[in-house]
Structure formats: C-alpha cells, structure tokens
Design a protein around this ligand. Structure first.
Ligand SMILES: [Zn+2]
Length: 445
C-alpha cells in the first residue's frame, strides 16, 4: 500500500511547484536563526531570490561543524519552550549534535515513517518488532511513532538480549522487524542456535538502516528470515529515520519524501551541483521543519539520485545505496576505499559469516590494511577443529584476498577467524579500526 497517495504519487511538475513554495517558507523560517541571518547576508541572498528551485544553489551550505559550533540551542528557529523533544547523536569528535522537534515536527516525522513502513509492505494491524535502540538515538522512537501513526502494534524491544527478542518475535508473531542490518543477521544467527525455523515466524518484512549494508547482506537476511528487507535512510540532523525508504516492489533505491526534504547531489570537493544521475554528496534542505530548519545540509553521504518512474507508482526520486561517507572514505596508499566494497567481497564467499572488521596500520611510510573476518559456522563445522592453518582455510583466504585486490585495486591482508571470534555489535557496528594515527614513539600510550 501507499500511505499517502496524494503526495507520494504527485506528478513531478506539481511536486516542484510545492517544493518551491515550501522552500521560500523554509528560508524565511531559517532567517529567525542569527547564524542563517548572518550567512545569508554574507552571500547576499534571501527568500525573494528563489524564483525557481535552481536558485537554491546560490545559498551557502550548512555543515555538521555549524551545528556543533552552536551547541546546544543556537540553531533553533523557535523558543526552546516550543520544542517537545530533543535527540542527540553521539559525539565522537567533541560535542554531540542536537536535534529539536516541535509538536508539528514530530507529526511530520511520524507521517514519513508511516510512509516508510508502508514502502516495506507494512499494514495497519501488523505487529512490529522494533529492535532499534530507544533513547537519544532517533531509531527507536522514530519507528515507534510512525508505527503507532499507522495503527500497528509496536513491540519496543530496543537492542540487546537477543535470545529474548527471538522468543518475543515468535510468541507475538511479529509481521515486521526493524533494526540495523548487522543486528538482523545476529537475530538470524541466534534463531539458528535456538533451533527456531522459519515455519515458526510470521515475519514478512524488515526495515533496516542506520549503517551501510549491501545487496549480498540483503539476500542473506531475506533468505534467513523469509522477509522483504528494505533500506530506510535518515539522519538525526534532518529528522531521523524516514527521510527516504526503499519500496519492496523495486528494492532499487530509497524514495526520498520530497514534499518534506529537498535533495541535491554536489561534488564533495567543489560543492558544485551535479547533473541528474551523477554520484556525489547528498545535500538536504528541510522544507517543513519548524524547530531546526536546515538549508543545504551536507550529509557526507555519497550516492546518486534517480527520478525515473518506479514500479511501485511513487513519483518521488530514489537515492542509490550510500556507497560511502565523504568523511569515512578510507584512503589507503592513495586509493579511495569504501568499507561497503570490502563487505560486498566478503559476503560473496559462502564460507564466511557476515562479521568482519578492517584494521588500518602503518609500517614506515606504508599503509597496511588487514581484514579480519569470521568463518561461517557450517564451514568451520565441516573442518572439525578450526585452525587458520588448515589447508581449506588457507585456500579460502587466498581466494578472498585476490577478490579483494581485484575490487579495491589495493592489496589487503586477510585473516579468517573462528566463528564468533569478533565482538558482536549491539547498535552500530564498528567496521573500521584505524590505528594509523597512533601516538608517536615516546608518547604515553
Ligand atoms: Zn518504488
């Protein structure tokens, strides 16, 4: 089903007219924030300069550092008292970034998440098992309010205690599952250990996001759980999950809810707007956000846009999978490497499980990349006693190392570890450990 056919199947010319009208209002709202007043004055632009959507390219970008610089409430366009909710993203570098919501913002968020659940194949009356973390992270409460809006029965399981989660999925006969893709794999693994077969599940769909994943992972999750697995996209600065979601019909990119979020693709280096279909950095403008409107926000996510008609009937453009982060892109001996490409190679080998991590070290002037990956349980079982020196493991290791070198155009060491040798993520998976910036010799470790 399409949750809001009037908006989601609107002809694109009408959509552009609606976006332009809402964009002028959004810029006017942003000008209540001293930061934007100053920025727009410096660039010599205002709402009256928006004669068509292309005029947006004259406006300056907003960056994550701007949000940090105005921590906690400096980006609000309304009094703090008008906000009914605050979220914050974990601050790995300095202060966290704050997301604030008016009552109206929460309504819009619930609406776009209800649309996302419908994209996945969800219907009113379904049981939705929500294993996204509840708290300052937007995943848990974001899906929760959208599911309630649709009229679903939400199970606010949050993360952790996987054995109990499996019991609840079986006992409550959940129709939908939402969590990170790596946690979906972990749930499937726990089901195997518990001897819970697909015949005991009522699952039809899984709404997965908050970390990069691949087509190979999708196939693994769909086969193990018997679901349509779709990618939900979002970031807390814009609203949280529900900026875009894939439809189960096409599974070929996430439909951006363009009546609320205006998307551009720019060259990550020059900031120049790129033509339709080009790969570049996604830039989003909130069209309806009241508490914290953001104009031309640099998401850091590298993807492309496709506005061609979709099999599902929605007219909203689709964003491709995020192939990497402008700031998480690894540069190894001068070559650009995205962890998602490493993952795609590993998932192509059935003898490996989906769990891996990338270690980056430096030996003298040279970067060294080591990929650690776990053997699949079945493969290890066939070997009897698992050892990295077993001939079958060495053959596997050599084959995957060649495949990595072909795909990445840079060589990597590969270690095939025993099943369950790597730490298990409960929220976002830590896929990259970069030790190249370790303290210099003589410094305190
Ligand atoms: Zn579609």
């Amino acid at each position: 089903m399409i949750w809001n056919p009037e908006m989601e199947t609107m002809p694109r010319a009408a959509l552009r007219a609606l976006q332009l009208e809402r964009l002028r209002q959004a810029v006017a709202r942003a000008m209540r924030v001293p930061f934007y007043q100053r920025r727009f004055a410096e660039a010599g632009v205002g709402p009256e300069d928006l004669r068509d959507l292309d005029d947006l390219s004259r406006f300056p970008f907003t960056r994550k550092t701007d949000l940090r610089d105005h921590y906690p409430f400096g980006m609000l366009a309304v009094p703090r008292e008008a906000c009914v909710r605050l979220h914050a993203s974990s601050g790995t570098r300095g202060k966290p970034t704050v997301a604030a919501y008016t009552r109206g913002d929460i309504e819009v968020w619930a609406e776009v998440v209800a649309r996302s659940i419908a994209c996945a194949g969800g219907r009113p009356g379904d049981v939705l098992h929500n294993a996204y973390g509840y708290g300052l992270f937007t995943g848990g409460l974001g899906l929760h309010y959208g599911a309630e809006r649709m009229g679903q029965t939400v199970v606010p399981a949050s993360g952790g205690f996987t054995t109990r989660q499996v019991e609840l999925i079986v006992d409550f006969q959940a129709h939908g599952l939402c969590c990170t893709p790596s946690y979906a794999l972990q749930i499937a693994e726990t089901m195997r250990e518990m001897g819970v077969g697909r015949s005991r599940l009522a699952l039809r769909y899984a709404i997965l996001g908050a970390e990069p994943w691949t087509e190979e992972m999708r196939r693994a999750i769909e086969a193990e759980l018997g679901v349509d697995a779709v990618d939900i996209y979002g970031l807390s600065e814009i609203v949280g999950p529900g900026v875009a979601c894939e439809c189960a019909e096409a599974k070929a990119g996430a439909h951006i809810f363009e009546d609320h979020f205006l998307a551009e693709i720019v060259d990550p280096d020059t900031g120049e707007v790129l033509p339709p279909g080009a790969m570049g950095e996604l830039v989003l403008t909130t069209l309806t956000k009241e508490a914290m409107p953001l104009i031309r926000y640099r998401t850091g996510d590298i993807c492309s846009l496709d506005a061609e008609p979709c099999a599902c009937g929605r007219t909203f453009a689709r964003m491709s999978r995020v192939v990497g982060r402008a700031d998480d892109m690894l540069i190894i001996r001068g070559v650009n490497v995205y962890p998602s490409e490493v993952e795609a190679v590993l998932l192509g080998a059935p003898e490996l499980s989906g769990h891996y991590r990338i270690l980056l070290t430096r030996e003298g002037p040279l970067d060294r990349m080591t990929v650690e990956v776990e053997a699949a349980e079945e493969f290890a079982f066939r070997l009897g006693t698992f050892s990295e020196d077993h001939p079958a493991v060495r053959e596997l290791s050599a084959r995957v190392r060649r495949a990595l070198a072909d795909r990445l155009r840079v060589s990597a060491e590969l270690r095939v570890l025993a099943p369950r040798a790597l730490p298990r993520p409960q929220g976002k998976a830590v896929r990259v450990v970069d030790q190249r910036q370790a303290p210099a010799q003589g410094a305190n470790a």
